[in-house]
Design a protein around this ligand. Structure first.
Ligand SMILES: NC(=O)c1ccc[n+]([C@@H]2O[C@H](COP(=O)([O-])OP(=O)(O)OC[C@H]3O[C@@H](n4cnc5c(N)ncnc54)[C@H](O)[C@@H]3O)[C@@H](O)[C@H]2O)c1
Length: 241
């Protein structure tokens, strides 16, 4: 019960990884507050991460109901293929708004409520693609790289608080679920494309959503109390090579 009585807000909670994270948070004794876009399942809070007013309203609701926040998982994100020439500027702006602005706004507006916790922790979901580039991932690479370094700045300003507000980034590589399915669906031979993805991973398979979720629980918990500003890979060894 590493997260006994912890109140944790998860964005994009109705997606593949969000659902697994909420389940793992609850299995560890915490209370997961599920947020997502309107019309995406039945979230506890409708929160479009690109909208400043949604963040303010979400924080007011959590303050009224719980009085504090122990954890924030900035998980909402979108993938988009395209090299720098192919990517329309409007698509660049959309991806940056969700993946980068959304994480900035989350960290900014959650800080005061996190400051009321005894052991506050922010976990930002970046990607292996936030560390290494790909020719056809211009906007995604840039947005996830932004999450990686923003997390370090937040960790350093959070370290000045009492108690410190920790902040770390998580970097998964291809995880089973909608995002990877959508990536291979557009290819001429989806089966071959999936096999190619798997072959890139030294462990020889895609990751399971639970493997990312378990890392998130660890970073939210006091078991990682001296870990802040770090980037945690959940990538089957992809970046090691
Ligand atoms: N699945 C992977 O292989 C993989 C690998 C590396 C990183 N990631 C990252 O993990 C996170 C979760 O990915 P996933 O695989 O669960 O994807 P997913 O598509 O299953 O879920 C993403 C969720 O984000 C929500 N969302 C989209 N725009 C939003 C907005 N403006 N405001 C609030 N919510 C919004 C969607 O409604 C959805 O529920 C993303 O940040 C993604 O970039 C995923």
């Amino acid at each position: 019960m590493q997260l006994k009585d912890h109140i944790v807000l998860v964005t994009g909670a109705m997606g593949t990884l969000g659902q697994a994270m909420c389940k793992a948070i609850e299995a560890a004794g915490g209370k997961a507050i599920r947020s997502d876009l309107a019309g995406r399942g039945k979230p506890d809070i409708v929160l479009d991460v690109t909208k400043e007013e949604d963040w303010k309203a979400a924080m007011a609701k959590i303050a009224a109901e719980h009085g504090r926040l122990d954890g924030l998982v900035n998980n909402a994100g979108v993938g988009t293929p395209g090299d720098v020439e192919q990517t329309p500027f409007s698509e660049w702006r959309r991806v940056m708004a969700i993946n980068a602005d959304g994480v900035f706004l989350g960290c900014k507006y959650a800080m005061p409520l996190l400051g009321r916790s005894k052991a506050p922790s922010i976990v930002n979901i970046s990607s292996a693609s936030g560390i290494v580039g790909g020719a056809n991932l211009a906007a995604y690479n840039a947005s996830k790289g932004a999450v990686r370094l923003l997390s370090k700045s937040v960790a350093l300003s959070g370290a000045r608080k009492h108690p410190p507000i920790r902040c770390n980034s998580v970097h998964p590589a291809f995880i089973e679920g909608d995002m990877v399915d959508a990536m291979v669906k557009g290819r001429p031979d989806p089966g071959k494309a999936m096999a190619k993805l798997q072959a890139q991973i030294p462990i020889g398979r895609l990751g399971h959503p639970e493997e990312v979720a378990n890392t998130v629980v660890w970073l939210l918990s006091e078991a990682s109390s001296f870990t802040t500003g770090s980037e945690v890979l959940v990538d089957g060894g992809l970046i090691a090579g």
